[in-house]
Design a binder for this molecule. Sequence first.
Ligand code: URA
Length: 207
Amino acid sequence: MGFTVLDHPLIKHKLTMMRKKETSTKDFRQNLDEIAGLMAYEITKDIETQKILIETPLAQSMQERISEEIILVPILRAGLGMVDGIRQLIPTAKIGHIGVYRDEETFEAVEYFNKLPDTIADGYVMVLDPMLATGVSASAVIDMIKAAGAKKIKLVCLVGVMQGIEAVQLKHPDVDIVLAALDEGLNEKNYIVPGLGDAGDRLFGTK
Ligand code: URA
């Protein structure tokens, strides 16, 4: 599996709005929602479908419907900002939640919340986090999802850097990574540069 950076003018434009430091919480949230929806259209290209026989007003006809359960797993808390945009396109998606924090001494990701649908083993799982920085949280969350039985997993992020991509790929070569933008690198505090700042704070207006 590899990584893909989506190339679409609407995504680029909306991401530019999100990056600007003067963008309000309301506009940041709305653009994140919209980008997530646009990404979902692209990401779900490989969802399995099955043929079913239906009746239109005119004839019987074999048509297709999605045959996999889609499960969204936002990484708390910034990942929550990507849920609604995707759910508008896939209203039947189930939603799990995982929260991890970074231990200041070991730099390891520590789980503080984990609630996943019990059908996760057979689902098509999309892990959501706007920022793929060091890849430590994303890798740990994918570990947890695999421990729950998930086999088909995609990591969906808005902005990422090569360091994070490589860290996830090293531990999880079977996971596809999809991004809206690939940025230059990390600063000394592990923030993505140019990035968009702290996605959680900007989304929820906490700073
Ligand atoms: N998390 C964020 O919210 N922003 C970054 O730049 C990196 C990680």
